[in-house]
Design a protein around this ligand. Structure first.
Ligand code: AHR
Length: 510
């Protein structure tokens, strides 16, 4: 189009509700995510509540995190929940064979996790073990967690100090069954998923969404096999069955598996390659959703993107099995791009979980192993700035650019990414904008139609370079700041975004 870039939004045409669960999280027994990240033990000098770090809880409460997935990941299919209950000194040990081949002492188990969930004010997504666990073990776990009466498992929970049952709305039927979760073929796993899910019962008032272990990246045949198996059965309560959702995993990286790229040392070429690969996430969601539409046009079965984010080479000198990486402005824009795509597919996407919350992969929080100092990452700030999209209604945001859009890695990469949502009850809208250009600012017009706009408040997140990041010495090198370059325009607002930046604009509507 001619003229400046435009982002056109019809404020009076709300679409699907963006589930708050698209802003979900993931905490695995991996590296320093649980131990040292969330959990330091009661005797730690770091302020804690029953061993759980107070500063981590406080930082995550500010994000309103809607759910937390645990205990894995690959760890989930090695995990036997009975090892993690009862007096800590009596708990058996195990080998965490996937992540550093270290010995796990099971000091953080079911009670500690549910305590964390309660401290965070979030909801539990417990991932069960299909790869090396039994149907009875899975059945007992949900009974232990959620049953109120004097059943065997409810009584055992009480013996371990918890009277009231917990609420567990989400339960994973294994993880990555095509790989670390058992190296299964799609049809074989689909049969097991039906069987295991059957025994993950709704006890009392607890209603579980059972999530079958879904596809790796673009394995559409896997999704198809699970969909074929899912819609054969109708549960008595009318929900689709025997599982109500199917997952998807996809990570953004620039290199091959053996050399995924560095978190902080990258060229402009790698910058654009990263952002293009982040944009692939939406393509994958769209294509898996299309497969699901064929079997389930009324969208009873949800898509759960329960592992997403960047996966870089570990920081020099750290354990290769611990997946500890820095987090820059580039990671922030990867998150912004994912959320824009998620909002556009809110009709099928039930949940998404970034991997992982603390000290692992694309984390919100990094903690120093020596001093314990906590740093909030650029990705944390994107979650904070986007929080008002949770449970709002998606609005289409059409990006019209004056320049020709070029391809990167075989896919068009517009240099602006955007999405928007409406909170009807507050007469407010939120617009998210990313300037993907590594070095040029971008002036754009927010072309706002259908409702009167009576006020605005804009916030921007950027850093001195594309690789800017936060450290204990410089915790605010990348931090949100008011965006002042906003002017009234005959069509709405004219905004200038700095290079490599993410911004949000809150609109008050008349
Ligand atoms: O998030 C790290 C690992 O990535 C998970 O354990 C596994 O599910 C995936 O391969």
């Amino acid at each position: 189009t001619d003229g400046p870039a435009r982002v056109v939004i019809d404020l009076d045409l709300p679409g699907a509700t963006i589930s708050r669960h698209l802003y979900g999280h993931f905490a695995e027994h991996l590296g320093r995510c649980i131990y040292g990240g969330f959990y330091v033990g009661e005797d730690s000098e770091i302020p804690n509540t029953r061993g759980i770090r107070d500063d981590v809880v406080e930082a995550l409460r500010a994000l309103h995190i809607p759910n937390l997935r645990w205990p894995g990941g690959c760890f989930a299919d090695d995990y036997h929940w009975r090892d993690g209950i009862g007096p800590r000194e009596d708990r058996p040990r195990m080998v965490n064979s996937h992540w550093g081949d270290i010995v796990e002492d099971n000091s953080f188990g079911t009670h500690e996790f549910m305590d964390l969930v309660e401290l965070l004010g979030t909801e539990a997504y417990v991932n069960g073990n299909v790869g090396s666990g039994t149907v009875a073990e899975m059945s007992d776990w949900i009974e232990y967690l959620t049953r109120a009466d004097d059943s065997p498992m409810a009584s055992l929970r009480r013996e371990n100090g918890r009277d009231e049952p917990w609420t567990v709305p989400f339960f994973g039927i294994g993880n990555e069954a095509w790989g670390c979760g058992g190296n299964m073929r799609a049809e074989d796993y689909a049969a097991l998923a039906r069987q295991y899910a059957t025994y993950v019962r709704d006890h009392g008032g607890n209603r579980v969404t059972r999530i079958a272990a879904g596809a790796n990246v673009d394995d559409y045949a896997w999704t198809e096999a699970l969909m074929r198996a899912a819609t054969n059965l109708e549960r008595r309560d009318g929900a689709a069955g025997p599982y109500q959702a199917i997952s998807l995993h996809y990570y953004t990286m620039t290199g091959p598996w053996e050399d995924k790229g560095d978190a902080t040392d990258f060229s402009d070429e790698e910058w654009y390659l990263t952002l293009s690969r982040a944009a692939r996430a939406e393509e994958l969601v769209a294509r898996h959703a299309t497969v699901m539409d064929h079997y389930d046009p009324h969208k009873k079965v949800g898509l759960v993107f329960d592992e997403w984010g960047t996966w870089w080479n570990v920081e020099p000198g750290t354990n290769p099995g611990f997946l500890y990486q820095q987090n820059t402005v580039r990671d922030a824009l990867v998150a912004g791009i994912h959320f824009d795509g998620f909002h556009r597919h809110a009709d099928r996407l039930l949940m998404a979980n970034i991997a992982q919350t603390v000290n692992v992969l694309q984390a919100m929080i990094l903690t120093d192993p020596e001093s314990g100092a906590l740093v909030l990452t650029p990705t944390y700030h994107v979650f904070a700035m986007n929080a008002a999209h949770q449970d709002a209604r998606a609005l289409a945001a059409h990006v019209l650019l004056p320049e020709e859009v070029t391809e990167v890695d075989g896919r068009p990469l517009p240099r602006v990414s955007a999405s928007a949502s409406l909170r009807e009850e507050e007469d407010a809208a939120l617009v998210s904008l990313s300037n993907l250009d590594a070095s040029a600012p971008r002036t754009l017009v927010l072309d706002l139609r259908g409702r009167e706009v009576t006020g605005h408040e804009a916030t921007v997140l950027t850093g001195a370079s594309t690789a800017a990041h936060n450290t204990p010495e410089q915790p605010d090198a990348v931090a949100p700041a008011p965006l002042t370059d906003v002017r009234e325009h005959e069509r709405g607002l004219e905004i200038t975004l700095p290079p490599h930046s993410f911004a949000t604009v809150r609109l008050q509507l008349g």
